[in-house]
Each structure stands twice: as structure tokens, then as C-alpha cells.
Design a protein around this ligand. Structure first.
Ligand code: GLN
Length: 537
């Protein structure tokens, strides 16, 4: 028999309340009590995955070891829980419909009319239970994207209703996250929006077991009692979630409020331990009490929406704490960088990070930023497109191949130092067709990256179509830029460095996806350390 318990997290009143952080914080507390926990996100949009979405729409696309392109909340899950997620941890409406329609084409519904209920809801229930049925987890937390009452969320809420009924109340519960706004004119916190969102949920036949109330001010006992009365829960099931200084405070705040205890009680699970948060709190202490500060420029073309670079900024926070250093990020729009203003816009930086990206918008600015960092001995970290830009910059300015480019930007360049990977050449579909997920990389011993990893064989996650063109390898290495990491099977260049520079590293992969609170990424640690050294010069 499978004993996995399910916690559904729904959201009411408004979006952006931080369901992902609440789910991750609850999971952290349960994990630190000794339960094995995973978190899954159900997204109500029709894209098959966020891989084809512009970051302005949806923030960063997060990539798992097994090559799923997913919602950025999965990044929070991994950073909090320190365990990898997979394809099964993110499901979209697009994926649900795709699989139902494929079954219909195969004739699997035996002549029946295919309908939202039961066919779509059955598929949703199946996807929810995939993780539970592996037998690996005591508890699966499923975050339902969107806000209750949205048309597109209805099939998910209906599936939750059915599962609550099928699994029984001691095996599945609903945590509903809402907003208790403060009206300055009235000088009061207001419960009505929460009452309405619970009412909406109840219209679909789902009654919340626990209310988590986002608020800017403390909820007093009277208010909790009122919420409990009108929302059909006990007073102790009303949990306050007050604005926090950092998302990493939320597990402690939820611990103080007893969210984990309430959830365990409802699931008929007992645990004698209190959550062990020692290592977590060590990180927090360092994060909040830095002894030095560095400023790092993040050069990207989506900088207006910081969520586009979520994993990078979080990785800098982890690495900052590990160096007991506050990392200030200066957001620099690559489209606004010109040969004239680059030294002004980048002046005073202790490190330059050129971000991943697609297409030619803003790439000349990125190349200028690389040149500035290289010539002025400022620590440089290039990620994916950032690494490719470093190769182009070197080819143009050191090898004097003035037209050097990536064929992504100019198909007819006379010097394609970055070119489309062989296996990509016959691919026409855009969705899910990049080189995705974890690949091995063999590292040279006398390199900055070996200093960081202390390991000759590493595995990192990828998301790209273009690669370093081997035909230029000899020329580039002779001129001083070294390929210090390659894929052991294909020879693909994964890492470039300039050994004569204090710290100049470009990687074809995305190290940011693997940085967690308890395992800050070694390259980010070394980059921040190099920036710290720079700040002392
Ligand atoms: N556009 C580049 C490629 O496809 C880089 C991708 C990225 O930065 N993730 O290779």
C-alpha cells in the first residue's frame, strides 16, 4: 500500500502572494522533521512548458537534471529542499490536454465522448499521483498555479475535490493562501477578500483545511477568530504569513506560527522531532551579517524583470553568504551599453556577469561588457550566451577576426566562432528541442574551475542550441584563451578561461540552477571571492 500524503496549496484574492515560497517553506520544515517531501507545480496555461515563453511573460525558465523546462518556482523548491526536481514536478494545462488528445487519437477512450470531467480531471489526478506512487515520498505538496475563481483553474480545483474524496481526509488536505489587506484610511486589516476567496473555493466543493494569510501587519486573536468563523476552519488553523525581510526567513516564520504542526496533525502524522534548521540558520546568519560588500554588474536584456534571472540572483545570495559578503547587484541593460558609455556604466564594479539569452537584441552591449571586464582585470563570469559572447569578443579583439560572430546572430558571418550544434541542424520545432538537462564535463586540473569544483568530472544543466566552433579552438587557445572543460563524449567545449586574467570564466551550461542554500555553487562562490579580492585592490 502507498502511504503518501498529499497537501494541496491553492491561492486566493490575488496572484503573487508567494505560494511557491509557502509551499517550499512548509516542505522544508517537514523535511527537517525527517519526512521525505517533494513539491509539484501545476500551471494553468496552455503552453506545453514555459520553454517557449518570453521571460518578460513568466520570469526565468528553470531547467531540471532530466531536461524539463519548468516554472521558476521549481528553482525555489530545489534551493529550499536541496533535492532535485524532475519532469513530473511541473505540469501545465497544455501538457494535460496534449496527453489526453494523443490518447484520443490512439483510440484509447473506446468511442467515448472526451470531456473535461472525467478525462481531463483523470489526467490531472494521474499527474498529481505520479510522484506519490514512486514510493519515494512521505508527503507530496502540490501547488496549484493561478487564483481560485479563474476559469482556467477550475479543472484543477475539481481534481483536488475528487482526490480529497478518494484519498480521505487524513491523507489529503488543502492549504489556502490568501491576502488580508490593510486599509490605511480605515486603519484596519480586512477579512472580506479572504472570506470571498474561501467562498469561491467552496462553490467548487473544496473546503480549506488551513488558511495562510499574507499580511503586512500582525493578525490579532480577534481577527483570526473572525477568519476562522467565516471560513469554516479552527482558529489554530489560521496561520499568519507576515511580510519578511527575505524569502529565506519564511521557514522560521512558518515554524513560529506552527504551520508544520497543523499540517502534520491533519494528516495524522506524528513527529517527535522539531525541525532541525541549524544549517539553514547558519546560512541566514551569514546572509544577514556580512562583513564586506561587493558590487556585481548583471548584464542582460531582460533586466526590467528581475525574475528573469531568479536563479542567478539567488546563487549570488548563497555565494555571498558563504563569503560573508553582501553582493549588491547593479542591473545593466545590454541594449543600453555602447562603446562610449561602457566604462561609465561599469565603473566601480567588482565583478561582471554576462547573462544567458537568445537572439541578437543587446548582444553588442554584452560583447562590450566582456571587453571592459577583460581589459580592466575585473572578475568575469559568462553564463551560456555570456560565455559565447566572451569567445566572440576574444576572436574579434585579440585574433582580429573583426566579423567574428555566432551564427545565431549572423548566419553569414565570415568567422562563425559559435555555431549551431550538429544535432540541431534538422530541428524545426522550437519547444523542448534544445540541448537540455544534465551533461558531464571533464575539467582540466590547472584551471580556475578545478580550484572551484575540486573535481575533474562534473555534471551541469544545459539549455542551448549553439556551441563553440572547434575549428577555431587551436587559434583561440594559442592566443591565450583556454578551453578548460569539455564534454568527455562529444568534445564540445563547455568552459573557457583566460589564465592570465585574475578570474575570467565562461560556461556553456547554467550553474545557477544547481545552487542551493545548503550547497552554494562552487563557481559562484569563487566568482564572489574573486570580486571580493578585486574590491580590496
Ligand atoms: N542562445 C544561445 C544558444 O542557444 C545561448 C542560450 C542560453 O543562454 N541559454 O546557444
Amino acid at each position: 500500500m502507498n502511504n503518501t500524503k498529499y497537501v494541496f496549496v491553492t491561492g486566493g484574492v490575488t496572484s503573487s502572494l508567494g505560494k511557491g515560497i509557502i509551499a517550499a517553506s512548509l516542505a522544508k520544515l517537514l523535511q527537517q522533521r525527517g519526512f521525505s517531501v517533494t513539491i509539484q507545480k501545476l500551471d494553468p496555461y496552455i503552453n506545453i512548458d514555459p520553454g517557449t515563453l518570453n521571460p518578460y511573460e513568466h520570469g526565468e525558465c528553470y531547467v531540471t537534471d532530466d531536461g524539463a523546462e519548468t516554472d521558476l518556482d521549481l528553482g525555489h523548491y530545489e534551493r529550499f529542499l536541496n533535492i532535485p526536481t524532475s519532469q513530473a514536478n511541473n505540469v501545465t494545462t497544455g501538457r494535460i490536454y496534449q496527453s489526453v488528445i494523443q490518447k484520443e487519437r490512439r483510440g484509447e477512450f473506446l468511442g467515448k465522448t472526451v470531456q473535461v470531467i472525467p478525462h481531463i480531471t483523470d489526467e490531472i489526478k494521474h499527474r498529481i499521483q505520479i510522484l506519490g506512487k514512486t514510493g519515494e515520498f512521505d508527503i507530496v505538496i502540490t501547488e496549484i498555479g493561478g487564483t481560485v475563481g479563474d476559469i482556467e483553474s477550475l479543472p484543477y480545483v475539481e481534481s483536488v475535490r475528487q482526490l480529497l474524496w478518494e484519498l480521505g481526509e487524513e491523507n489529503a488536505i488543502v492549504v489556502h493562501l490568501t491576502l488580508v489587506p490593510y486599509l490605511a484610511a480605515a486603519g484596519e486589516l480586512k477579512t472580506k477578500p479572504t472570506q470571498h476567496s474561501v467562498k469561491t473555493l467552496m462553490e467548487s466543493g473544496v473546503s480549506p483545511d488551513v488558511l495562510v494569510c499574507r499580511t503586512e501587519h500582525q493578525l490579532d486573536e480577534k481577527l483570526k477568530k473572525k477568519l476562522a468563523l467565516f471560513c469554516n476552519v479552527k482558529k489554530e488553523d489560521v496561520i499568519q504569513s507576515i511580510d519578511a525581510e527575505t524569502i529565506y526567513d519564511v521557514p522560521n516564520l512558518m515554524l513560529q506560527e506552527g504551520l508544520d504542526e497543523v499540517v502534520l496533525k491533519k494528516l495524522h502524522l506524528s513527529s517527535e522531532n522539531k525541525p532541525h534548521l541549524n544549517a539553514w540558520n547558519d546560512f541566514l546568519k551569514k546572509h544577514k551579517n556580512p562583513v564586506s560588500e561587493v558590487e556585481i554588474g548583471l548584464i542582460g536584456k531582460y533586466v526590467e524583470l528581475h525574475d528573469s534571472y531568479k536563479s542567478i540572483t539567488e546563487a549570488l545570495i548563497h555565494a555571498g553568504a558563504s563569503n560573508e559578503t553582501k553582493v549588491k547587484v547593479r542591473w545593466i541593460h545590454s541594449e543600453e551599453l555602447t562603446p562610449k558609455n561602457v566604462s561609465k556604466k561599469l565603473s566601480g564594479l567588482n565583478g561582471v556577469l554576462v547573462a544567458p539569452g537568445f537572439g541578437d537584441r543587446g548582444i553588442e552591449g554584452k560583447i562590450k561588457a566582456v571587453q571592459y571586464a577583460r581589459e580592466n582585470n575585473i572578475p568575469f563570469f559568462g553564463i551560456c550566451l555570456g560565455m559565447q559572447m566572451a569567445v566572440i569578443e576574444y576572436a574579434r579583439n585579440i585574433l582580429k577576426l573583426s566579423n567574428a560572430n555566432s551564427t545565431e546572430m549572423n548566419e553569414n558571418t565570415s568567422h562563425p566562432v559559435i555555431g549551431l550544434m550538429e544535432e540541431q541542424k534538422n530541428i524545426t520545432d522550437k519547444g523542448g528541442t534544445m540541448r537540455l538537462g544534465a551533461w558531464n564535463c571533464q575539467i582540466q586540473k590547472d584551471s580556475k574551475v578545478f580550484e572551484a569544483y575540486q573535481n575533474e568530472l562534473i555534471s551541469e544543466r544545459h539549455r542551448h542550441r549553439y556551441e563553440f566552433n572547434d575549428q577555431y579552438l587551436q587559434q583561440i587557445q594559442d592566443a591565450g584563451m583556454k578551453a578548460t572543460g569539455v564534454n568527455p563524449k562529444t568534445g564540445l567545449v563547455e568552459i573557457i578561461e583566460i589564465p592570465s586574467h585574475p578570474w575570467f570564466v565562461g560556461v556553456q551550461y547554467h550553474p545557477e540552477y544547481k545552487s542551493t542554500v545548503l550547497n552554494p555553487h562552487p563557481l559562484f562562490i569563487q566568482f564572489v571571492k574573486a570580486s571580493l579580492d578585486h574590491s580590496k585592490n
